[in-house]
Ligand binder design. Structure first.
Ligand code: MLT
Length: 399
């Protein structure tokens, strides 16, 4: 048997599977502890009512011969792609053609599947720490990425410099796991760099909905020249509560060409039509409803809910005098481990002392060894309880 031996370079479990496993083991050993999860970025607010209504309606249609749908267009229904294009035009003043947008089952798959359209020898750069999917998808293909350290020294926002030689640069903005956000000038530097070096930016905008403020772009296409060098990957997961429903989209501009004029848009469409049969009609109808007035209002209400949780976490960390970054335009807070602990040590400490599950920073890369990530995605009641428990560490002088 000739297996892909690159898999043997991976850790035994995917980060969030490992966190889940350790949490389960702890729960079995301590059945009385009411664990609170501030770990994986899974939403707690239910789907907007208008989305549920649209999906129910779509389901009903499928049950009648006259309105039944079989295979849909592999790249997504035109009405959903048009709704996304309208949203970009109205919210970001970005003009997209609908055939630049391809609907998928979420950002995670696309961030990895996109590698199919690049040369196996193409070099890759990414932050350290980083969303593990970027790294592990590349390791599976035998690539060794170049890491861009995200540290206190660069405010966790690496910028391009002449040491970077990559053909592909992954950028997540706002960043996962650090929760920090590039501004317009900084993104312009990345776009200029990519154009000068004929590199491609794979821009993960899964958390863009959390960004608000002047000079903080929510799409890479708000930056001059980005259409010539960037692919944007986005998802309905965090924006509209689709973590379990599964829907996302990838934008590959038609202006994105190789030096000899090959269209990456064409390659991606070719890849998807061969390897993917599209997202279900029901789910796409639900996603379309996100862009209605009621849908967008519900989205804002849910985002406000998660932001309030993050503010509560900030207040608690301030009280504990634990240092942290992120969270202002993101659901994630990147916390320096208290007491000079390592990341897994801190994970165990919080689980054992207060029954809180965090994500150990080392799971995102070596630069995360002294950090943990907390999320504002849990319910308000659970987040409040978690904060109260954390404050007890101070009273008990255990922090
Ligand atoms: C995270 O917690 O980093 C993400 O939610 C995981 C994911 O989206 O796959």
């Amino acid at each position: 048997m000739k297996i892909n031996r690159n898999y043997l370079k991976l850790s035994e479990n995917y980060l969030f599977s490992e966190v889940a496993k350790r949490t389960r083991d702890f729960q079995v050993a301590h059945p009385d502890v009411a664990i609170i999860k501030l770990s994986i970025g899974d939403v707690s607010r239910p789907l907007p009512a208008v989305v549920v209504k649209a999906m129910k309606q779509a389901c009903t249609e499928l049950g009648h011969a006259k309105t039944f749908h079989g295979y849909g267009p592999e790249l997504g229904y035109p009405w959903l792609r048009a709704a996304i294009a309208d949203f970009y035009r109205e919210q970001y003043q970005v003009q997209l053609d609908t055939d630049e947008i391809v609907i998928s089952d979420g950002a995670k798959s696309d961030l990895s599947n996109l590698l199919d359209i690049f040369d196996s020898q193409a070099s890759v750069a990414m932050c350290n720490p980083v969303y593990p999917v970027y790294l592990e998808s590349n390791l599976m293909l035998g690539r060794t990425p170049q890491f861009l350290p995200a540290t206190v020294a660069n405010q966790f926002l690496p910028l391009p410099d002449e040491t970077i030689t990559a053909d592909i640069v992954y950028l997540c903005n706002p960043a996962n796991p650090m929760g920090v956000c590039y501004n317009r000038q900084q993104l312009q530097l990345w776009v200029n760099f990519a154009r000068e070096h004929h590199a491609v930016i794979i821009y993960d905008a899964a958390y863009a909905c959390f960004v608000s403020g002047v000079d903080l772009p929510r799409s890479i296409y708000e930056i001059d020249g980005a259409r010539e060098c960037a692919i944007e990957v986005c998802s309905f997961s965090k924006m509209a509560g689709f973590t379990g429903v599964r829907c996302g989209y990838t934008i590959v501009p038609k202006k994105l060409l190789t030096r000899d004029g090959v269209s990456l848009n064409q390659l991606w469409r070719r890849r998807q039509t061969t390897k993917f049969n599209g997202v279900s009609y029901i789910v796409q109808r639900g996603a379309e409803a996100v862009f209605t007035v009621a849908g967008l209002q519900a989205v804002q209400k849910n985002l406000a809910y998660y932001r309030r949780n993050v503010r509560m976490i900030f207040k608690t960390l301030d009280e504990l005098q634990w240092s942290y970054v992120g969270g202002k335009h993101s659901p994630y807070v990147w916390v320096r481990c208290p007491g000079a602990r390592g990341a897994w040590e801190c994970f165990d400490f919080l689980l054992n002392e207060v029954g809180i599950v965090c994500t150990p920073g080392i799971g995102f890369g070596t630069a995360g060894e002294n950090y943990i990530r907390l999320t504002g995605f849990n319910s308000y009641a659970n987040t409040r309880l978690a904060c109260q428990r954390l404050l007890k560490l101070k009273q008990n002088k255990k922090h």
